[in-house]
Design a binder for this molecule. Sequence first.
Ligand SMILES: [Zn+2]
Length: 411
Amino acid sequence: MEKQKVVVNGERLKQTIEEFADFGRTENNGVTRLALSNIDIQVRNHFKSSCEELGMTVKWDDMGSMYATLPGLDNSKPPVVIGSHLDSVKKGGRFDGALGVITGLEVVRTLVDNNIKPQVPIVVANITNEEGARFEPSMMASGVMSGRFDKGQMLKSTDTKGVTFEEALKASGYEGEKENRLQDASAFIELHIEQGPVLENESIDIGVVECVVGMCCYEIEVTGDSDHAGTTPMSMRKDALFAANNLINEIRDKMSKLDSDLVYTIGRVDVSPNIHTVIPNKVVFTIEARHKEADTIRQVEDIIQGLTESEGREKCAVTANKLWDRDTVWFNDQLVSTMENSCSSLDYTYKRMPSGAGHDAQFIATYIPAAMIFVPSVNGKSHSEDELTSWEDCEKGVNVVLQTVLELVAK
Ligand SMILES: [Zn+2]
């Protein structure tokens, strides 16, 4: 006889998601819960008491990230960690971040319900300030933990009212010890909404995230001459905007011939002097591109460099400055396979996919085996009050995490 599979309580999961969304719920059923705001402190207190009710011990570190530990049979072994973030953007959704923390809570509740004592401790983590909506940059605490960001610099980050992160952290009561940081774990699992349309479009239950894609971002500057829009013959102009228009068309044309998974965006265009009677003398625009293969990003960079070399730019000068880039972060292959097996054993459809957006897991992956699960976003919407994932899809995602944890703690 086949053993009955342990699954999570979907009704309780739904209630918990709504319960957490009550902290900062907006009139359009979204959530505003900026990092270390009063409402964030309240949801932290609620998370803490919810965990303590389950017999977990809750600690926090020097950046305010919280860790609730369910003891295992052997507490000398590194824990399995499930986590994400409880902060949100202004007028964000109920699922982004919170779902990954609640996943941990529901997994622990299910273990406790079924009297399953894990071999190793299980930690549910709430990582501080993933969004960077109040204090820039995003993924601040995981960036500090992984050594990517300088803590001293982060503490000085200021919100629009002039309050520093350090002041807000101290006032919150959640400034803890550095030694409590996430240092040693056998796995970090983050469930997150997809924030894109792929899973819904392809009617797939689960995305098993294999990487966070690399990217590069350039600023292109086109310089011509400002002259009178009425008195300068067309043949005598150096119109920076016509030149920029040609460059943008060239980018579109050349990049569309690269891999179909490549995404690229001209997100900002500044035209000077931006007066209707004056020929534009300067256009500055950004071009960013994302793809999981480093080779494709290199081809993109060749195309961008090529823009500065060729002739025929309406007699304008073109320069390209790299603003920044980021290599693809590949998640732990073994953990990704375990997640795929969990999907199969639950008869859920799934696909391996990259993440085009950044997440705490990508920084944590630099020193702890990490991977992510995506659940479908209705219409691909996020960072919006319209953000939605069906209760059924949430439940499936949490079941995949539960199965994966059971597999990991059985070892
Ligand atoms: Zn998020």
